[in-house]
Design a protein around this ligand. Structure first.
Ligand code: ZN
Ligand code: ZN
Length: 156
């Protein structure tokens, strides 16, 4: 016999205090070594990361707990051994949707706007995919199995 099972994973949402800047924001006033004179426009400065290594990057200085979010696992997992441990993994799309529903991300966000790294049963790190700015951390809190269905299976 096998079961089709889904689960709802509750994560603690950590808001991040981020230091640093992205390559779009490099400026002389920030002391960036990657700024250079614009050869085409006298007196103007341009971002020239080819000439001098770009210092752009982000650090998480601090974080604070702002709430929780419930993420549904998308896929139905089939397993045949009732005592086997089964991991349910939320898709990136399900995580982004849950964060939009809870008001943490803008409606227009899609899974391709967010890089998600880490363990879905531990700590997940969410960065803006465009420039790597850290957005949130999600910390696994609890998991509830839902939608248990006894599936008809043909076993040998
Ligand atoms: Zn810079
Ligand atoms: Zn730069």
């Amino acid at each position: 016999m096998s079961f089709n099972q889904k689960s709802t994973i509750t994560y603690t949402v950590w808001n991040l205090d981020v230091w640093g800047h992205g390559p779009d924001e490099c400026e002389d006033s920030l002391g960036c070594p990657c700024m250079a004179d614009d050869p085409d426009h006298e007196g103007q400065r341009i971002h020239d990361p080819d000439a001098h290594e770009c210092d752009a990057g982000y650090d998480v200085n601090d974080r604070c707990r702002v709430g929780t979010v419930e993420v549904q696992t998308d896929e139905t997992v089939n397993y045949t051994h009732p005592t086997a441990s089964v991991g349910w993994y939320p898709s990136d799309g399900a995580i982004v949707r849950a964060l939009i529903d809870a008001g943490y991300l803008k409606d227009a966000c899609t899974a391709s706007d967010v890089d998600i790294d880490g363990e879905s049963d531990g700590l997940l790190m969410l960065d803006e995919s465009q420039d790597g700015r850290p957005l949130f951390q999600l910390e696994y809190k609890s998991e509830t199995a839902v939608d248990v269905q006894h599936a008809v299976t043909v076993s040998p």
